[in-house]
Write a protein of this length. Structure first.
Length: 235
């Protein structure tokens, strides 16, 4: 039986929902994030606020929430020519993928997370990737996660479980999951304190939270919030 987890926690909507999911399920939960010189590095500050607010607002979870880890992954930013690591406009590439795709990002994240989990004796690695509302990123696919789980377990001789609570749901359902896990207080926390915007905008406040309102991440979050409100409103 699994009792401990390490959550890949960026401080965004998805990873915050995954953190709540882990805190509901496991007795010991730690978090990990990566500074890869992302344009929206404000998320690294936002995540600390989210952790503080979870401890303050959810006393049933606070004792389970353990150490936070932040790893310097500058090398990823230096080898990536993407709109998340360079001051370039968002666009589709000839490959059919958006230029927000950072090649190898999730593969590196999971490998380093597994190394930390190995050292900290954590059994489950939780990540917010999904195939439903995503931009076609190949490193978010279920097949990729299964392959990584096998490779990491074999390579470290430790049976890891990679858990993907959001894999088959859309953004509206992610908002609903947050409500199911923590009620309106968690939804409000996600709106007020999490960060998703690729441009790092913490000035413009919308019903769904802060952001530029125009980048792919903001559009997806806004659409999901509207769908969540529609589905949760009685006819």
């Amino acid at each position: 039986m699994h009792t401990s987890a390490l959550v890949l926690f960026s401080g965004g909507q998805d990873s915050t929902t995954c953190l709540a999911h882990a805190l509901q399920r496991y007795a010991r939960v730690e978090t990990i994030a990566f500074d890869y010189r992302q344009r929206h590095s404000v998320e690294l500050d936002a995540r600390l606020v989210v952790l503080r607010e979870i401890r303050a607002q959810f006393p049933q979870w606070a004792p389970k929430l353990g150490q936070d880890h932040l790893l310097d992954l500058a090398v990823l930013g230096s080898v990536s020519e993407t709109s998340l690591t360079r001051e370039t406009a968002f666009r589709m590439e000839s490959t059919g993928l958006p230029n927000t795709f950072v090649p190898g990002r999730n593969l590196l994240f999971l490998t380093l997370a597994a190394a930390v989990a190995y050292r900290r004796d954590l059994q489950v690695i939780v990540t917010g990737v999904c195939e439903t509302d995503f931009s076609g990123y190949p490193d978010c696919r279920d097949d990729t996660m299964k392959a990584m789980q096998l490779a990491l377990s074999l390579g470290m001789d430790k049976r890891f479980l990679i858990e993907t609570p959001l894999m088959w749901i859309d953004k509206a359902a992610t908002w609903a999951m947050a409500h199911d896990l923590g009620g309106q207080p968690l939804v409000d926390l996600v709106v007020e304190h999490t960060h998703t915007c690729y441009l790092g905008d913490r000035v413009h406040r919308h019903a769904w939270g802060y952001g530029c309102g125009e980048c792919p991440a903001c559009l997806l979050r806004a659409k999901g919030f509207a769908g969540y409100l529609t589905e949760s409103t009685p006819a």
